[in-house]
Design a binder for this molecule. Structure first.
Ligand code: ACM
Length: 636
């Protein structure tokens, strides 16, 4: 039970992002005086603001610290109220208020404070419509993503499926792997497969068929066996997952779903790149959670796990050459180099992945035909790295000479500091040894417009290299990064801003269009390979309805699951450029996620919706069928 409680409410003010009112309740038996109050909130105080009843003493991104007026004492049961006008953005949802809060008492002790949702003063916030209808199926098969083509007749439900006699050991191993996947996802349910023949079960006969496309599979059903044909191990695995899904649906909802005993499924993915990104910087996910998310990706036939390992808020990847990165750069707390952010509690928070953790995760993903795409977000979003390794900064650059969109001062690696490249060289060496992926994602997003302009070292570099400003400095930096990756046999992937200021060599470079869908066209026209990750459809941190009560972020609007499902990235591109589009990807930014429950509320069912859009051709998409099946699908 917290002895103190902080309430925040917001009211609109004509011509501005409005006013926050904060009220601290003293629920303790003692008077409260000589304290300071700190909280984190995505509704940041702007550079120019007016605060009545308190003074803002410190702010780093969404961390704020306030001092009450001199001599203030709050009696037991009493409260203290102050207001702030001058906010960086207008809040849109109840989750835009306090995310964590703490008091520093007069004896130096820190105590956590309870807090509630951001309350809306003086207007109705509306109500959310239902986000997922009950659903309806025309064909009684629980397959998600839905296959390319299917012509089936339903029949008796086999008790289990087992490998036919003389199945090769590697194929039995593949079956046991999908069985283990199923058991992790549905630990309370009956196993779909057995390695031995069982009465009442049905045999699976495996056929290697080189005429079938890569990643594709065919299932032929009869009353006595199922024939699974594929050209490769990935196709075989997708076929086995389809069989497990069919059996799961037929057992879990007998009213709606059945198992086929006649006919064919011929299936293959629509897009080669079917990704899901996870930001582990804003919030740390233990290894078991990362593994489980990868299990969920595999179940939904997604094949890329884009692991956003570093950001302003933390550097999560162990680098042996620079242990400070995770010793200092993955620790947040009131006494650390990094302030508490988002939903950090009153204690310090920490977490990183050791190289052994990474090897385990990459191996786990590999078994499931999921490729891990590692990201270190540079040159922007580097506050954590810069706080761990201060030599990365140009010490002559005035502090606070620019601020990132999230409010971090001077948070970009400096292209004119040679140590930047020495540092990144060692980081890339270790990453190349850990991650077998063809690409390394280097971020490239949201470098502040004013970045580096006050850095004397950058001024010299700009003159020497005839670079006009921030964007051209960024391009200079990224070209060197691209060369460094090439030397290590890796291609460059990045966010859409990599193209700014002249960009980098297009050959083999893959960019993710996140800010607006139209950027995908511009990037493809410019010669880049493109993955579509528009915030307006595929950012799973966005709220799912306009209502104030709906949790989530709002910079890209709100995205109901049906809109995510219906969104057609391919429709953005003219026919001639479609070949440049490699696929689509969900992005899970973690600033809005304080718990597993909130993760599940935001991520599902939109993640399986993207999985179906990534796999199933437009003509076969069906929102009602999706809604009927997805309610049986696993969450984190
Ligand atoms: C991004 O959302 N900054 C890529």
């Amino acid at each position: 039970m917290a002895d103190y409680h902080l309430e925040a409410s917001w009211s609109p003010v004509e011509g501005s992002p409005g006013r926050l009112t904060l009220t601290l309740f003293n629920l303790s038996p003692e008077p409260l005086s000589g304290f300071s109050l700190a909280y984190t909130s995505p509704t940041r105080v702007a550079d120019t603001y007016v605060c009545h009843g308190a003074s803002l003493t410190r702010q780093v991104a969404n961390f704020h610290e306030f001092q009450p007026p001199e001599g203030l004492s709050i009696a037991p049961g009493g409260h203290w109220r102050f207001t702030v006008e001058g906010l960086a953005d207008e809040p849109k949802h109840r989750t835009d208020g306090i995310r964590s809060a703490r008091l520093t008492l007069d004896d130096g002790r820190r105590v956590a404070i309870g807090f509630g949702d951001l309350m809306l003063e003086s207007r109705d916030g509306g109500v959310s419509p239902p986000l997922l209808p009950p659903g309806r199926v025309d064909e009684p098969y629980a397959l998600l993503p839905w296959p390319l083509s299917l012509a089936l007749k339903a029949g008796n439900l086999p008790v289990v499926l087992y490998p036919a006699e003389r199945t090769r050991p590697d194929t039995i191993k593949a079956l046991s792997l999908v069985l283990a996947l199923y058991q992790r996802l549905y630990p309370a349910d009956d196993a779909p497969f057995s390695l031995v023949a069982v009465k009442g079960g049905r045999a699976i006969r495996f056929v290697t068929e080189s005429s079938i496309a890569a990643f594709a599979y065919e299932l032929r059903f009869s009353a006595h066996e199922v024939v699974l044909s594929s050209a490769d191990a990935a196709g075989r695995q997708y076929g086995l997952i389809s069989l497990a899904q069919l059996l799961h649906g037929a057992r879990a909802d007998r009213e709606r779903f059945q198992f086929p005993n006649f006919g064919t499924i011929a299936d293959q993915p629509r897009h080669e790149w079917r990704g899901c990104h996870l930001d582990v910087s804003g919030r740390f996910y233990p290894v078991a959670d990362v593994m489980r998310l990868i299990d969920i990706l595999a179940w939904n036939k997604l094949n890329i796990f884009h692991w956003h390992l570093t950001d302003d808020e933390a550097w999560r990847l162990e680098i042996k050459a620079y242990p400070q990165l995770t010793e200092t750069g993955a620790q947040r707390g009131p006494d650390g180099a990094l302030m508490p952010e988002f939903s950090d509690g009153s204690e310090a928070s920490a977490g990183h992945y050791t190289q052994d953790d990474v090897r385990r995760i990459v191996a786990h993903a590999g078994f499931l035909h999921v490729e891990v795409l590692p990201e270190i977000d540079i040159p922007g979003h580097s506050a954590a790295a810069l706080s761990a390794l201060p030599d990365l900064a140009d010490r002559q650059e005035p502090p606070g000479s620019y601020r990132s969109p999230q409010g971090y001062a001077n948070n970009a690696l400096n292209p004119a500091v040679e140590f930047t490249y020495e540092f990144l060289g060692k980081v890339f060496d270790e990453m190349a040894a850990l991650f077998p992926s063809a690409y390394v994602h280097i971020g490239g997003d949201e470098v502040a417009h004013e970045a580096w302009r006050s850095s004397p070292a950058c001024k010299v570099l700009m003159k020497r290299e005839k670079l006009a400003g921030t964007a051209e400095l960024q391009s200079y930096f990224l070209k060197r990064i691209r060369t460094m990756l090439s030397k290590r046999g890796r291609k460059l992937a990045g966010w859409n801003e990599v193209s700014h200021g002249g960009g980098v060599d297009r050959d083999g470079t893959l960019l993710m269009a996140w800010e607006r869908p139209e950027l995908g066209i511009e990037l493809a026209e410019d010669g880049y390979d493109v993955v579509m990750t528009p915030g307006q459809a595929y950012y799973l941190d966005m709220a799912q309805a306009q209502a104030w009560s709906e949790p989530g972020a709002s910079w890209a609007g709100f995205t109901p699951p049906e809109r995510t499902y219906a969104y057609e990235a391919e429709a953005e591109l003219p026919e001639a450029l479609k070949g440049k589009m490699r696929g689509i990807q969900a992005c899970i930014w973690s600033g809005n996620i304080a718990s597993r429950a909130q993760f599940n509320r935001l991520v599902f069912p939109r993640l399986p919706a993207i999985a179906e859009a990534a796999w199933t051709p437009l003509a076969r998409k069906d929102w009602d069928r999706f809604a009927a099946i997805v309610r049986m699908w696993p969450m984190l």
